[in-house]
Design a protein around this ligand. Structure first.
Ligand code: DGY
Length: 319
């Protein structure tokens, strides 16, 4: 029987071209999430699914797709997939780590710098009629160099963020369930720290955890109140790690100074209390969005799918 793959959203031609001609491809060339009924219908009889985080693959979807052997997510995060249900049903789930690490770390720094130096406010001001002269006290921000950076989640991306901090001569604290190798801690000049102490001591707190029941609302009213009033929070992990309503209050009432967010609890909705605030930089979930990286993610997802269909181990299964 020839194999069939469903590509549920737009994917670069270079990546799709890797699929051999004897595999039939059903390609949905749009970038909008498919209605659930259509997803289920188009998965019928398919061996592989290549999907993005906008596609929810839960137990019910999997139950309707008994021929499915692999779900290849074009993302490092995989909270859109019920991995336990997939395993129970013998479906391999893969993701795209490594290829997006540096790009995502770059963007976390862009958020950090943008929030610290008020770049978005500055851009708006420079374009407006309000800029009439050089001003001594115009748009003062916070220094980054020499400060303390707290990294919550010290996996690939958290470590890449830490590596960049050396250039800013920062003290680096990290919090993770698993302690890093001491040699790596020395190389990155990063000190393991419990969460409360990290939040209390850091000038910048950047989040790089997976979304799990343990990390849902890890940043909430209590933890926000444990941060410095001058602190800046960065989130380029998953939206639900932060209680957005509490964060909006923290920013409005000055419990912390500013934030840079790439992810939101109910994307594409942003909590309405965040929208009017000048001290938050908002981005539409684009941390991995460089042309090179998006192509690398697409290519890796296709290779993962093909490996499983060929009866080989995938390159990057979800852990
Ligand atoms: C990821 O890879 O998990 C990003 O959030 C989506 O590109």
């Amino acid at each position: 029987m020839p194999k069939t793959v469903f590509v549920s959203n737009v994917l670069p031609l270079e990546a799709r071209d890797l699929i051999p001609r004897d595999i039939a491809v059903d390609y949905n060339a749009t970038d909008t999430p498919l209605p659930r009924g259509e997803l289920i219908a188009r998965l019928r009889g398919k061996d592989g699914l290549i999907c993005q985080i906008i596609t929810t693959v839960d137990d019910e979807v999997l139950a309707e797709a008994p021929t499915l052997k692999v779900v290849a997510n074009v993302a490092v995060g995989f909270n859109n997939i019920d991995v336990a249900a997939a395993r129970r049903r013998g479906v391999v789930v893969t993701h795209t780590p490594d290829v997006l690490t540096e790009t995502t770390a770059d963007f976390a720094w862009a958020l950090l710098m943008g929030a610290a130096r008020r770049l978005v406010e500055a851009d708006r001001f420079a374009r407006s009629d309000h800029w009439t002269r050089w001003q001594w006290d115009l748009l003062w921000g916070a220094d980054v160099h020499g400060k303390t950076l707290g990294i919550v989640g010290f996996g690939r991306i958290g470590r890449a963020v830490a590596r960049r901090a050396a250039g800013f001569d920062m003290r680096v604290l990290y919090h993770d369930a698993v302690r890093a190798d001491p040699a790596l801690e020395r190389e990155l000049r990063a000190t393991p720290t419990d969460l409360a102490a990290l939040l209390g001591e850091s000038d910048f707190v950047t989040l790089h955890v997976n979304l799990t029941p343990d990390t849902q609302h890890l940043i909430n009213e209590r933890t926000l109140r444990g941060m410095k009033r001058s602190a800046i929070l960065v989130n380029a992990s998953r939206g639900p790690v932060v209680d957005e309503a509490a964060l909006a209050r923290a920013l409005r009432e000055g419990w912390i100074a500013a934030a840079g967010l790439d992810v939101f609890e109910e994307e594409p909705r942003i909590h309405p209390d965040l929208l009017p605030l000048a001290n938050v930089v908002l981005a539409p979930h684009i941390a991995s969005a460089s042309g090179e990286t998006r192509l690398a993610m697409a290519t890796l997802a296709v290779k993962n799918c093909l490996a499983v269909l060929a009866g080989q181990p995938p390159l990057t299964p979800v852990p």
